[in-house]
Design a protein around this ligand. Structure first.
Ligand code: ADP
Ligand code: ZN
Length: 701
C-alpha cells in the first residue's frame, strides 16, 4: 500500500510535508482524534485528505462554505481523486447520484454542509460505513469564536453513532478560549492538539501612518503599476469607500470591483466569481469579502483603514500568498480611524476588551521593532530574530538623542494648557502662519517656532513615538487633543535621557529596483505568459478557477526550469501524476515552442515595448526605460493590440470612456481624428485615451 509521502508526491506533486502534516496524518491513521490549528494557507487540506485516501471507506468533510467546498472538490477531481459535495444548493437528482455513489463506496471524500448533515444522516448516511470525519472551520462550533454557526451544534449528536471513527477538527483561529471549546463542543475523545506556527514568512508587512489622501492614491497607483495583473484586495472600513476606491482605480486604467454586504447576493457572487476566475484583479471590499475564498494567488492586500483588532488584520492579510509565493501587504491608517473604531465600540457590553484590542493594533502600527515578531507574540509565539521582511527590518530606524525634541513638544503642549491636537502643535513648533493659530494667540507662546528646522512630517514621526513611548496620550474622547502623561511630565522635569528614532526617508528608486529584480530572478516571461494562457483555456473549458488547474508557483517553476520530458516535469512542485497525464504533453510542447521563439535575435521596437509590457511595467516606466515619450508607447501598445497581441488596453482606458468616445465620434460624423472628439467631450477625456478607445472601437465595433 502507498504511504502518505508517496501519495503527497503522486497526487499533489509535492516532495516534502510541511511541519506537522505527517504527524497529523499518522495520528489519524492510528484511529485517534485531533484538533489541528494551522494558519490560513498552512496546508490543512492535505492533513485530512491523505488519510481519507488511505482509509477503506468514505471520509466525511464537514464544511460550512459552499463555494469553498466546490473548489476543494474540483481540485481533488483535477488530481484524479473521487470526491463529491452534498449541500442545499443541489437538485434532488444530483443528490441521488451522490447517494448512489456513496452506497457503492465509490467516493473517497464527501464534503457535506452542517445544515444538511442531520437530515442526510437520518435518511441514508447512517447505513454507510464511514472511516473518518473531518470538521473544517471548527471554530464555528464555539460561541466564543468570531463566526459561531448554530448548525455546527448538530455535529455532536452524531458522535455516539461514530464512536470508533477518528475525528479531526481544523481551524485557523488563533484565540485560546475557542480552541479549548472546540474539543468540548464536538465531544472529542482525548484529542491531540497540533498547533502550527502562525508565521507567514512570505507576506511582507508594511505600515504607513497619517498619509494624506492624494499621496495615498499616488502610492497605491505606483504600487499597482509595479504589479500589473496581480490579484489583490483593498479593505475599507465603509461601503462608500469601497465604491470610491473602485471607481478611482477604474478611471486610472485598472480593473477593479467593489464588494460589500449592502449589495444583493447575486451581485456579490458575481464579483467574487469574477475575481476567482481572474476576470478582474482588484477588489475593494469591506471585511465581508474573503471568508469563503480559497484563491491561492492573491498577491497583495492593502488596508485603507486601521482594522479593529490584530486577529482580523492577520486573517485579512493572510488571504494573500496562500500558495507560499512572496506577497505584499500594506496597512494605511490615521488617527481618525482610531477615533471611529473607538466610537463603534463605545456602546458595547465588551467595550473594554474591544478598546484593548484597538490599543494593541495601534501599538503594532506604530512599532519601531520587527512587526512580524510583534504579531507572533500576540499569538503566543516568541521570536527575537528580525524577520527582514517587514518595513521596520528593511529600513531599521536610527536612534538619536531625542531629549530636546521631546521637551519642545511637551512644553508646547503645556503652554497651550493641553488644548491642541497634533497638527496645531506642529504648526506652533514650526512657527507656521495660519489663521487659527493667530486667532488663538499661539504665535505669542515661547515655544512658537522653536522646532522650525524640522519638517512637518518629521515632527509627526517624533510625536508618534512620544505617544508610543507613553509620554503623550491622544484624547480620543476630546477632539484628539494631546495630553501629557505622568511619564511625560517626568521627562519634562528630569534629566533622564531619551532616544528617538530618526525619520526614515523612503528610498527613491526602490520601486524600480523591485520591478527589475522580479524579472531577472524570475522565469522566462514569454513562456510564463504562454503557460498562463493555456491554463486559462483549460480552466474555462472545465469551468473551474485557474488555480485549481495549476498554482502560480507551479507555472513559475515550469517557466524557470523548462523541463524537457515527463521525468523532469514530475520534479516540478504541484505536478502530480494525473496532471502529468492530462496536461504534460501540451506543457512540454509549449516549453519547446517557446524555446524556438526565443532565438529570434534582433528585436523590433514594438517587440521591445511588448517585452516591457509583459514584465508588467507601467506606461511611464516603459517610456523611461526606452527613452521614448509615453505617447509613443501608447502608440506601440495600440499597434500591438491591432496585431492581436494580448494587450489589455482597458488597463489604460475604461469601458465607460470607450463608450463616451464612441458616442462623441458618432456626433462628429464618425471621424477618426482626435481633436473633434476631444472637443466634443469638452476635454474630459485625454488625447491618449481617445486614441486607445478608437483602437478598441475599430477592432470590435
Ligand atoms: P488551508 O486550508 O490551511 O488554508 P490549503 O490546504 O488550502 O491551506 O493549502 C494551502 C496551499 O498549500 C495549497 O496550495 C496546497 O496545495 C499547498 N500545500 C499544502 N501542503 C503542501 C506541501 N506539503 N508542499 C507544498 N505545498 C503544499
Ligand atoms: Zn521584521
Amino acid at each position: 500500500m502507498r504511504g502518505p509521502k508517496q501519495i503527497l508526491k503522486e497526487i499533489y506533486g509535492y516532495d516534502e510535508f510541511r511541519p506537522n502534516q505527517l504527524e497529523i496524518i499518522e495520528h489519524t491513521l492510528s484511529g485517534q482524534d485531533s484538533v489541528v490549528i494551522m494558519p490560513t494557507g498552512g496546508g490543512k487540506s492535505v492533513c485530512f485528505q491523505i488519510p481519507a485516501l488511505m482509509f477503506k471507506n468514505v471520509t466525511l468533510v464537514i464544511s460550512p462554505l459552499i463555494s469553498l467546498m466546490r473548489d476543494q472538490v474540483e481540485a481533488l477531481l483535477a488530481n484524479g481523486v473521487n470526491a463529491a459535495y452534498f449541500n442545499s444548493s443541489q437538485s434532488d437528482f444530483e443528490k441521488r447520484i451522490i447517494i448512489d455513489n456513496c452506497l457503492e463506496n465509490k467516493i473517497k471524500l464527501l464534503y457535506i454542509s452542517p445544515e444538511t448533515l442531520v437530515h442526510a444522516f437520518d435518511n441514508w448516511l447512517k447505513s454507510i460505513p464511514v472511516s473518518f470525519i473531518a470538521v473544517d472551520e471548527a471554530h464555528c462550533v464555539s460561541m466564543w469564536g468570531h463566526d459561531f454557526r448554530p448548525e455546527y451544534g448538530q455535529i455532536k449528536a452524531l458522535r455516539s453513532h461514530y464512536r470508533n471513527v477518528p475525528f479531526m477538527a481544523l481551524t485557523a483561529t488563533a484565540d485560546k478560549i475557542t480552541r479549548k471549546d472546540i474539543s468540548t463542543q464536538l465531544d472529542l475523545a482525548n484529542p491531540q492538539l497540533f498547533l502550527s506556527s502562525f508565521n507567514r514568512a512570505n507576506l511582507s508587512l508594511a505600515v504607513r501612518s497619517q498619509v494624506p489622501k492624494k499621496q495615498k492614491e499616488k502610492e497605491i497607483i505606483q504600487f499597482l503599476n509595479a504589479r500589473a495583473d496581480e490579484a489583490g484586495i483593498i479593505y475599507c472600513l465603509s461601503r462608500k469607500e469601497t465604491e470610491k476606491w473602485s471607481s478611482f482605480l477604474n478611471s486610472n486604467g485598472f480593473n477593479a470591483r467593489h464588494y460589500h454586504a449592502g449589495m444583493d447576493s447575486s451581485s456579490r457572487e458575481a464579483v467574487q466569481d469574477g475575481f476567482i476566475n481572474d476576470h478582474y484583479t482588484i477588489i475593494c471590499a469591506t471585511i465581508a469579502f474573503g471568508m469563503g475564498i480559497d484563491k491561492s494567488n492573491v498577491r497583495w492586500v492593502i488596508h485603507n483603514n486601521m482594522p479593529k483588532n490584530i486577529e482580523g488584520y492577520y486573517q485579512e492579510i493572510g488571504r494573500a500568498g496562500r500558495d507560499g509565493l512572496p506577497s505584499d501587504t500594506i496597512l494605511y491608517y490615521n488617527y481618525r480611524d482610531v477615533v471611529l473604531l473607538n466610537d463603534f465600540v463605545k456602546e458595547s457590553e465588551f467595550k473594554e476588551t474591544y478598546q484593548e484590542k484597538i490599543r494593541r493594533i495601534l501599538n503594532y502600527a506604530e512599532a519601531t521593532s520587527c512587526r512580524r515578531n510583534i504579531l507572533l507574540s500576540y499569538f503566543g509565539e516568541f521570536n527575537d530574530e528580525p524577520c527582514m521582511n517587514c518595513d521596520v527590518c528593511k529600513n531599521p530606524p536610527e536612534f538619536i538623542d531625542g531629549k530636546m525634541l521631546a521637551q519642545m513638544a511637551l512644553s508646547g503642549i503645556m503652554r497651550t494648557s493641553q488644548q491642541v491636537g497634533t497638527n496645531m502643535l506642529i504648526n506652533i513648533l514650526r512657527g507656521a502662519k495660519t489663521m487659527d493659530l493667530f486667532d488663538r494667540n499661539y504665535h505669542q507662546l515661547k515655544t512658537y517656532g522653536v522646532g522650525k528646522e524640522h519638517s512637518f512630517v518629521d515632527w509627526q514621526h517624533y510625536l508618534n513615538q512620544l505617544i508610543n513611548l507613553g509620554l503623550l496620550e491622544i484624547a480620543y474622547d476630546d477632539y484628539l487633543k494631546l495630553k501629557i502623561t505622568p511619564a511625560g511630565d517626568e521627562i519634562l522635569r528630569s534629566n533622564k535621557p531619551l532616544q528617538l528614532s530618526k525619520p526614515t526617508i523612503a528610498k527613491k528608486g526602490e520601486k524600480a529596483k523591485k520591478a527589475k529584480k522580479k524579472v531577472s530572478s524570475n522565469p522566462d516571461n514569454a513562456l510564463l505568459e504562454a503557460l498562463k494562457s493555456y491554463r486559462k483555456e483549460i480552466a474555462q473549458q472545465n469551468k473551474v478557477p485557474a488555480y485549481v488547474i495549476f498554482h502560480d508557483a507551479t507555472l513559475n517553476d515550469i517557466a524557470a526550469v523548462k523541463p524537457k520530458n515527463d521525468i523532469e516535469l514530475l520534479e516540478i512542485q504541484g505536478m502530480g501524476k494525473v496532471k502529468l497525464q492530462r496536461f504534460g504533453e501540451m506543457i512540454l510542447k509549449i516549453v519547446e515552442e517557446n524555446k524556438a521563439g526565443n532565438k529570434v535575435s534582433k528585436k523590433s521596437t514594438l517587440e521591445e515595448t511588448l517585452e516591457l509590457y509583459d514584465k508588467g511595467l507601467s506606461v511611464e516606466d516603459m517610456a523611461r526605460e526606452r527613452n521614448l515619450s509615453p505617447t509613443t508607447i501608447y502608440g506601440h501598445l495600440c499597434k500591438l493590440y491591432e496585431d492581436d497581441h494580448p494587450i489589455d488596453l482597458n488597463r489604460y482606458v475604461t469601458e465607460f470612456e470607450v463608450n463616451q468616445v464612441k458616442e462623441a465620434r458618432k456626433i462628429q460624423r464618425n471621424t477618426n481624428q482626435l481633436r473633434p472628439i476631444y472637443d466634443q467631450l469638452k476635454g474630459n477625456v485625454d488625447f491618449h485615451k481617445i486614441a486607445l478607445a478608437l483602437t478598441i472601437l475599430s477592432k470590435y465595433h
